[in-house]
Structures are given as structure tokens and as C-alpha cells.
Ligand binder design. Structure first.
Ligand code: SPV
Ligand code: MG
Length: 447
């Protein structure tokens, strides 16, 4: 905990002022924050907690200014008596430490996922007679404009591109979900849930070759061309701010791959993953049931090297996907290849398996981590779906991709609705389980 300074903690000679605590997780101080601080000042001595990067990334927007800068801008506000660090979204340790008489917040935390935080605070304060103070949320044009500006900044290529590396380095583990259009992008961007004692959201988005192809009614065999795939990326980027991992299939010819690296980098994509297969690529989940050919190490390394040479920024990642387990070539082959790909310049290794249990993936990760402690490992737990992110992280995994679950959940729901309408010759029966139009529209932001 760091205490920046301490103003006016005493009211008079013997009277301690009441302590009023609020937590800020913002890059910009606007009228809404000042309203909270003014009300706080009426109640006592004002202590402001600045949410750490770690905690902010977990449930809020990615900070666009450094933690030190966020501390500084609050320290400079006259109404503030003391600035401290809050390390977690939930208030347990900060309340234990400060035992404030009041915790004050905008009343927007009475609803939605933030309600879990309010409940947490209320429970903690009630144990010793503290009180929650809700200040009416300031919703005006200036505040909305500032909010839009921060979001726009986060969506710009130079801010978005580097964010995957930042998340991996700050949090150790990033979780990505598949998106294939603006709407699925919005789901990835906005879904936040309250889980026991934390809030959670996705860190990144995966532009899957499988789901991008399926959305177009096409097979996953590199048939949907790069122009079309990039249009999907653009559609997603227009309405989101989170970092993007692009499924680059085999990467194609090295001579073509270098152009695609430049394009992806220019757009603000954070990473491309290319798999070590050659010829007619089929989806990995078919494994050895279909004919698939693994590239030879030297040839694939040359493609990785060419990509790294073409890359212009330090932010972008080229991740090599090892298909040895999919093609039943064994762990030793996978390890040999992974090490060679890292040597050739790969910024990360994706290891894939279609086994029902995670054993072979975990065994690979443990062996790889014995000789390489830092190269990020990416996994796609589609078939070994019972393993948790925490367990994967404990074996050295840094990126978990939920590669097709949104598509697989949408398809049966849409098919059922089509069947119900056909059966009943009207929409009423289907309508009862559908999302109201108003709710779906409210997902979409207006500028
Ligand atoms: C994709 O989502 O397109 C992938 C992952 O490449 S998998 O389908 O599991 O091969
Ligand atoms: Mg794919």
C-alpha cells in the first residue's frame, strides 16, 4: 500500500474525522468523479483507492495511462486527503485495512455485474456499522463524450496491437473467445459476469478460420480468402476494443505470408497463429480421419523467419502452432518442433490436441517449460473441455482460446427457431424464448 499524502485527517484537537473511501478505476477525472468527491468531503476525510493494473484489466477497460499517472491525477485533486492502492476489485483487504465509516460510489453499481461489488462492500461494512453511500450517476453529454474518447483510443491500432503482450505480462494468462462478426465481437467485448468473489470478462478475441468459414457456409480448408477474412477482422474492430488473435491457417506460401503479416499488423491485430501443415489444410479436429500433411521443420521455420523479418513493430506476435499431437506423431516430435520454431523466431507456441482428456497437452507443457520458461504457450481446450484456466495456467499456459463455442451455441438455437416457425405457422411459440428486440439493440452503441 502506498500513501501519497495525508491532508486534514483531524477535525479538531481530539476529534477524528470520519473516513470516507472511494475507489477509482478511470484514466480521466470528470464531473462524475468530482461529484462523488464533493459529497465525500461533506462526510469526512476522503481516501481514494486507485485500482491496480492487474485488477483493472480483469473487469474494467484496459488502462490507457500508467498506474503512476492515475495516482498522480487523483493526488492533485484538492478534495482528496489520501491516495492508496486497491489491489482487487473486491474490497475485502482495503476495508480491513482502512475500516472506513463510509464507502461512496456512483449509484450505477446498484445494477448489473457491479452489483456484486456493492454487495461485497455492504456486507463488509455492516460487520462494524459502516455505511454505503450511493451518489446519483452523472450521465451527461460531456461524460459520455469522455467515455467514447477512451473507447476510441483503445480501439486504435497502436493501442490495441500491443495489448495482448501487455495482458500476458501483467496477468500471466489471457482468455480469448471466438468471434466472427460485429455482433459476436460485441458479446466478447461486453460480457462481464460476477463469479463468487470476482468479476470476469474475456481478454481477447479469436478470429477462427473454422467459424469464419462456417459463418459463410464454407468448409474450413483455406477456401475463404484473406480479403474476406480481413473484412471479418475489420467488422469486429469497428465495434470493439479488445486485442485480436488471427487464425492464419498454414500461413500459405511464405511469399504471401509476409504481406499478410504487414496487413494484420497495420490493422492492429495482436497476433497471428500459423500451423505447421502443408497442402490442402483440413480442420485439426478431424485429426487423422482425413489426410493432412505436416510441414517439415526447416520449411516451416523459413516461413516463420520470413514473417518475423517482415514485421515492423515489437508489439505483434507470430505464434507457431504445432500439430504433432493432432497427427499422432507424439510428444517428442511436438517438443522438437516447438523448440525449433522458437529458435526460428516464433513469439509463442500453440499446442493442439483432440483428446478428451488434457493429459497429453499438460505433459507437453510441463516438458516444454523445463527448458523454456518464458515463451508463451497457447491452448485450445475444445475436446478436453473439463480443464479450468487455473489448472492450465499452473502448467505454464498463457493463452486459452475458446475457439468455436459461440458458433456452436448459436447454430442449434437458430435451427430450433426455424423449425418452430415452420411447425406452428407463426412465430409466437418461438418468440417466448427469444431475446426482446429492445435488449439486442441495447447491445449496440450509438455514437
Ligand atoms: C479454428 O478455430 O479454426 C482452429 C482451432 O483452428 S480448431 O478448430 O480446433 O482446429
Ligand atoms: Mg483454424
Amino acid at each position: 500500500m502506498s500513501t501519497a499524502y495525508n491532508r486534514n485527517m483531524f477535525m479538531g484537537k481530539d476529534n477524528f474525522m470520519k473516513t470516507v473511501y472511494t475507489c477509482f478505476c478511470t484514466d480521466v477525472i470528470h464531473e462524475g468523479h468530482l461529484n462523488i468527491l464533493r459529497r465525500a468531503k461533506e462526510l469526512g476525510s476522503v481516501v481514494v483507492g486507485i485500482l491496480s493494473d492487474q485488477a483493472m484489466i480483469r473487469f474494467n477497460r484496459f488502462p490507457t495511462v500508467s498506474f503512476e499517472e492515475r495516482m498522480r491525477i487523483v493526488e492533485e485533486i484538492e478534495l482528496v486527503d489520501r491516495v492508496v492502492v486497491q489491489d482487487s476489485v473486491m474490497y475485502d483487504s482495503i476495508i480491513e485495512e482502512l475500516r472506513p465509516d463510509y464507502v461512496i460510489h456512483g449509484d450505477n453499481w446498484k445494477e448489473g455485474p457491479m452489483k456484486a461489488i456493492r454487495d461485497n462492500v455492504e456486507g463488509l461494512l455492516s460487520a462494524y456499522g459502516g455505511q454505503v453511500v450511493d451518489v446519483p450517476y452523472t450521465d451527461n453529454e460531456t461524460v459520455r463524450h469522455i467515455d467514447n474518447q477512451i473507447r476510441e483510443k483503445l480501439s486504435m491500432p497502436e493501442y490495441r496491437r500491443k495489448r495482448l503482450k501487455q495482458i500476458i505480462s501483467i496477468r500471466g494468462l489471457a482468455k480469448a473467445i471466438e468471434v466472427h462478426n460485429g455482433l459476436t465481437g460485441l458479446i466478447a467485448e461486453k460480457t462481464i459476469v460476477a463469479n463468487k468473489d470476482q468479476l470476469d470478462q474475456f481478454d481477447a478475441m479469436w478470429i477462427s478460420s473454422l467459424c469464419d468459414s462456417v459463418a459463410k457456409g464454407k468448409p474450413d480448408i483455406e477456401l475463404v480468402d484473406m480479403t474476406s477474412r480481413f473484412r471479418t477482422v475489420n467488422d469486429v474492430m469497428e465495434v470493439t476494443t479488445k486485442p485480436i488473435i488471427f487464425d492464419g491457417d498454414t500461413g500459405g506460401l511464405a511469399e504471401h505470408f509476409v504481406y499478410n503479416v504487414r496487413s494484420l499488423e497495420r490493422m492492429g491485430v495482436s497476433a497471428v497463429i500459423i500451423e505447421d501443415k502443408i497442402g490442402l489444410k483440413k480442420n485439426s479436429l478431424f485429426g487423422t480421419e482425413v489426410e493432412q500433411t505436416q510441414d517439415d521443420i526447416k520449411h516451416f521455420c523459413a516461413k516463420l523467419k520470413a514473417g518475423k523479418k517482415a514485421q515492423l513493430t515489437d508489439d505483434f506476435m507470430i505464434i507457431a502452432r504445432v500439430e504433432s499431437l493432432i497427427l499422432e506423431k507424439g510428444k517428442e516430435d511436438a517438443l522438437k518442433r516447438a523448440r525449433a520454431y522458437v529458435e526460428a523466431g516464433a513469439d509463442g507456441i500453440m499446442i493442439h490436441s483432440r483428446k478428451k482428456t488434457p493429459d497429453e497437452i499438460l505433459s507437453f507443457c510441463d516438458a516444454f517449460r523445463k527448458t523454456d520458461t518464458h515463451t508463451p504457450i497457447v491452448v485450445v481446450p475444445t475436446s478436453f473441455d473439463s480443464i479450468t484456466e487455473e489448472e492450465l495456467a499452473s502448467h505454464g499456459v498463457n493463452v486459452v482460446i475458446y475457439a468455436n463455442q459461440l458458433t456452436r451455441s448459436a447454430f442449434p438455437a437458430m435451427e430450433q427457431t426455424a423449425k418452430d416457425i415452420l411447425k406452428n405457422h407463426r412465430a409466437k411459440e418461438a418468440d417466448e424464448r427469444l431475446m426482446p428486440i429492445k435488449d439486442i439493440i441495447s447491445l449496440i452503441d450509438e455514437l
